[in-house]
Design a protein around this ligand. Structure first.
Ligand code: SR1
Ligand code: MG
Length: 421
């Protein structure tokens, strides 16, 4: 239901509509000094940059439909409520990791936040071949802190159940993920689209019964393993970077799900950036060293996640699960360490599976990645994409046997040298 007083903003109406907000008056300046630009290039929302005499702000507003598709695909405004609630939890769980939130209007589905500058979307930086200090470290830390502190390892039972119930309302966005990520790539879904030349690779994927079963096992993990509050859409388009700052944005797909989901989706987007590089180089091999850097970041995301998760396990395990009263307080620290190692092993295996399905859907489904889409030469794009697809398949099939990041990186390097057309 769209509230009867909901109105989509336009650059022309925005100053009148929001000009009375104290926070914007204080931080941006009087409305008569504002310049407003709509800059949203995502799949769902309106995004405005508001510049005034004193500063700037971002105004994000949900539309009652999927922007990428149009009004034929209605989508509830309440996703803005989940985004706001996820942002304030992420800020509490990993301070400084998200933009400062200045204002939220539930009826108008508007979130006003700080304008990050000179930041750009990480994916655009990776396409340009840019490097960012501490990227893997910071993203690994973000995953560990938000995922651990939103889970039963940290939360008390009443708080956890309240949040579980709250985010269970994000039904339509979960439905998008359930279909677009876990099902559509594995049959001829109506929203699918692909680069010409991928037909053979698609036939291999859609004819692979074991893969189809594995994808549904992973979907079941997503729908039923309510382990933590996920970002839910943690790709390189949901991260903003400058030379000395990294922020995570856009958690409107937040829901309770498996810890490995965010980690796997994030790693997947670095592996796709790796596979796409030959499409962005001016001379063959020119991006080889950069590809090594992308794999090094991928590895660091996991090693940092593991290290920070381990620290939190040892220092902050105050929730429902694996209580210290059962382990450390009984002199059984070794058992606690065994439990931690086993949990991390399960997260890793889940992450590899989610990584694989995310690759498949970004190449075959509705919502593609600019990493590949910006490769204008179709045969080159198809060659890069088929290697990515092969990697996705190998990760899903091999998720129980690939026991560490070196094995995954070796696999990616090997497939990058092969022809999978
Ligand atoms: C219809 S929405 C398609 C995709 O865009 C979002 O960013 C999510 O990744 C979603 O799956
Ligand atoms: Mg988004």
């Amino acid at each position: 239901m769209i509230p009867s007083d909901y109105r989509a903003l336009t650059p022309e109406t925005l100053p009148t509509r929001l000009g009375g907000l104290d926070v914007l008056l204080d931080r941006v300046g009087p409305a008569d000094s504002w310049q407003v630009e709509e800059v949203g290039d995502g799949n769902l929302n309106l995004v405005f940059i508001l510049r005034g005499r004193l500063g700037a702000a971002i105004v994000k507003q949900a539309l009652p439909y999927v922007r990428l598709v149009g009004e034929s695909w209605p989508l509830p405004l309440k996703r803005s409520f989940f985004e706001y609630n996820a942002l304030i939890r992420q800020e509490a769980r990993d301070p400084g990791s998200v933009p400062e939130i200045w204002y939220f209007d539930e009826t108008q589905a508007i979130v006003v936040m700080e304008f990050l500058t000179p930041h750009i979307i990480l994916r655009h930086g990776l396409i340009q071949g840019k490097r960012y200090e501490n990227l893997g470290e910071r993203l690994g830390e973000f995953c560990a802190r938000t995922l651990f502190r939103g889970s039963d390892l940290s939360m008390k039972t009443a708080d956890k159940k309240a949040d579980l119930a709250l985010f269970a309302g994000n039904v339509e966005l979960c439905d998008i993920t359930e279909n677009l990520v876990f099902s559509d790539p594995y049959f001829n879904a109506s929203l699918n689209r692909h680069t010409p030349g991928l037909e053979g690779a698609i036939a291999r994927i859609q004819g692979d019964m074991t893969l189809k079963v594995a994808a549904q096992h992973l979907k079941m993990a997503f729908t039923s393993q309510a382990e933590t509050m996920l970002h839910g859409d943690l790709h390189t388009g949901s991260i903003m970077v400058s030379d000395d700052d990294i922020r995570v944005i856009d958690p409107e797909f937040a829901t309770y799900g498996p810890i490995g989901f965010d980690v796997g989706m994030l790693i997947s987007n670095f592996l796709m950036a790796f596979m796409a590089q030959p499409g962005h180089e001016t001379t063959p091999g020119a991006r080889a060293v950069y590809q090594d850097w992308l794999l090094a970041v991928t590895e660091t995301i996991w090693t940092m996640f593991e290290a920070e998760f381990t620290r939190l396990w040892r220092e902050e395990r105050s929730g429902i699960l694996y209580q210290a009263t059962l382990y450390e307080d009984q002199g059984h620290s070794l058992a606690s360490e065994i439990a931690r190692t086993e949990r991390l092993g399960a997260i890793w295996r889940d992450a590899l599976g989610f990584c694989g399905v995310e690759i498949h859907r970004r190449v075959l489904g509705l919502a593609h990645n600019a990493d590949f889409e910006r490769i204008s030469d179709e045969p080159t794009r198809a060659a890069c994409e088929t290697r990515a697809l092969a990697l996705g398949t190998a990760l899903i099939h091999g998720r129980n046997g690939l026991t560490g990041t070196p094995a995954v990186l070796d696999l990616a390097r090997r497939i990058a040298q092969e022809n999978h057309l």
